[in-house]
Design a protein around this ligand. Structure first.
Ligand code: XMP
Length: 512
């Protein structure tokens, strides 16, 4: 095991992820709980993360002394390098100018951290992001690589196996970063075992059992991958102490609600309450055209119905959610200042406080693709696990303007044709998200000898790794015109199809 001590960097989770990708188990503990985590895990190596704080600042966090007394290898990254330097007798000072972005290192000495990877005299691209810097290193250390802005870019004490990088090896912009971290875990710390998702599953199952005891857990299913994976995992851990509630707002894609129900009831035999609340949602949405009001209404109604069902079931002690790591970082403001709400995201937020329940969030450490791997590990069908993300408010935010049953039905048909063509052409897995939207605009067309006056359908498809930024998927013109023809011919109510060519930013993925 590698223990990652978190000082609050936005990218700490990436460190753990890179280590896991190298087949070595890794766990993150906040610096305040690092001592306890160390005693529990007996790790063979420690990584100290970056931080928004600065070592010279009063009250900034420190690593527990026991980590330095333990005699295991330590890698300090950015703030981690500085805090280690400071605690071991070197000095760190506020830099007059920070260094942010791409930088080039020159390797000056051999070092076991990059054995077999980098040679003396080579230059390598890395990603820097720091204001303060080390100005004299602690006894025992020496410089093994430098950059123009950071003379102490990489320092090492080979006797104690302590290493400090001013740059961030965990981010993609440090091309060899993943290999450096793998080298630290495997070569420096000598960890040979191969960690797998199967072990993660077993470990989470043990943790869930410990957390929940013989308490009752309730889990809201959205129809999406995350909540389904969380529910199946929790069910493996505690069986029928779990009840799932699927609030079906009637704003799902074609066949989707049926699939969720049959998967849970038929395949897994997990207790499931299916609430068909289409009426409530559609009547509440009638006449509403403001995107934020639509989102807020759906979010609130969802919570009201969920709460009512929970009461009917007879109270639960825990609320399970499929929160992923990107949801966790998005919800923590980095600057501490107010962040601007672009869209009010719909999840089950607000529920735990209102219902006075503790949270069970077994996926908090994972990224979307890791959740998919876990889902496969749990036996969820590939087609389900590989599904594109779908927003909580569903089709309501893909129908700009008023949402009606008729509009939902038209959109479902167009969307199904679009996705069918994407699958048929083998493009589904290359796309992060593809969907149709139904515009409130009507345009004139001609079909046969008749004039038509119908609605416009927009098609969207993007590539992305996390939904935070996105590029337009470059379909061939032939593909798009084939889909357009099919939609206009087969879906009554649509007589024109357009393709959305906007990346994110400046667009967002959804239209509302
Ligand atoms: P935007 O439209 O903000 O979407 O670029 C980014 C990603 O988030 C999804 N999305 C949501 N997911 N609840 C969710 O669970 C929501 O309210 C919500 N709104 C957008 C969107 O589909 C895309 O994957």
């Amino acid at each position: 095991t590698i223990l990652v001590v978190d000082f609050g960097s936005q990218v700490t989770q990436l460190i753990a992820r890179r280590i896991r990708e190298a087949g070595v188990y890794s766990e993150i503990a906040p610096f305040s709980k690092a001592e306890e985590a160390f005693a529990r895990l007996q790790p063979k190596g420690i990584i100290l993360s970056g931080s928004p704080a600065g070592v010279p600042e009063e009250g900034s966090p420190r690593a527990p002394q026991c980590l330095f007394d333990a005699g295991v290898p330590i890698l300090g990254i950015c703030y981690g390098q500085q805090v280690m330097t400071h605690q071991l007798g070197g000095t760190v000072e506020p830099g007059d100018s920070g260094e942010f972005g791409r930088a080039f290192l020159t390797v000056t000495e051999e070092c076991s951290l990059f054995d077999g990877l980098w040679e003396v005299g080579e230059r390598h691209q890395v990603w820097m992001s720091h204001g303060d810097k080390v100005t004299s290193f602690a006894p025992g250390f020496s410089i093994v690589a430098t950059s123009d802005g950071a003379p102490f870019a990489l320092i090492a004490d080979e006797t104690r196996k302590y290493y400090g990088t001013q740059f961030h090896p965990e981010v993609m912009h440090t091309p060899d970063g993943a290999k450096l971290l793998a080298n630290f875990a495997r070569h420096v710390c000598g960890i040979a075992e191969d960690w797998t998702m199967a072990e993660f599953r077993d470990q989470k199952i043990a943790e869930i059992r410990e957390q929940v005891g013989d308490g009752k857990v309730i889990c809201g299913l959205s129809g999406g991958v995350d909540s389904a994976v969380a529910a199946v995992l929790i069910h493996e851990a505690i069986g029928d102490q779990l009840t799932c509630v699927f609030v079906d707002h009637g704003l799902m894609r074609a066949q989707e609600a049926e699939q969720v129900v049959s998967l849970f009831r038929g395949h897994y035999n997990i207790p499931l309450v299916h609430v068909n609340a289409e009426e409530t949602f559609l009547s509440g949405l009638a006449g509403e055209t403001d995107p934020e009001k639509k989102r807020k209404f759906i979010g609130k109604t969802f919570i009201d119905i969920f709460e009512e069902e929970a009461r009917r079931i007879g109270g639960a002690d825990y609320l399970a959610q499929g929160t992923l790591y990107p949801d966790v970082i998005e919800s923590v403001s980095f600057t501490g200042g107010p962040s601007v709400t672009i869209k009010s995201h719909h999840n089950v937020g607000g529920l735990p406080e209102r219902m006075n329940m503790q949270l069970v969030e077994p996926l908090r450490e994972l990224f979307k693709d890791e959740v998919r791997d876990l889902g496969r590990e749990l036996g969820l069908p590939d087609a389900f696990v590989g599904r594109h993300p779908f927003p909580g408010p569903g089709l309501a935010i893909r129908i700009p303007g008023e949402v009606t049953k008729e509009a939902c039905d038209i959109l479902r048909k167009a969307d199904a044709i679009y996705l069918e063509e994407i699958r048929k052409n083998g493009l589904y897995d290359a796309i992060w998200q593809a969907f149709a939207v139904l515009l409130p605009v009507r345009t004139v067309g001609v079909m046969g000898d008749y004039r038509t006056y119908d609605r416009v359908c927009g098609l969207r498809a993007v590539t992305s790794t996390d939904g935070m930024t996105a590029d337009v998927f470059p379909f061939s013109a032939e593909f798009l015109s084939n889909v357009a023809t099919r939609i206009v011919n087969e879906v009554k109510g649509i007589n024109r199809v357009v393709y959305d060519y906007t990346s994110k930013p400046p667009g967002t993925i959804e239209w509302e």
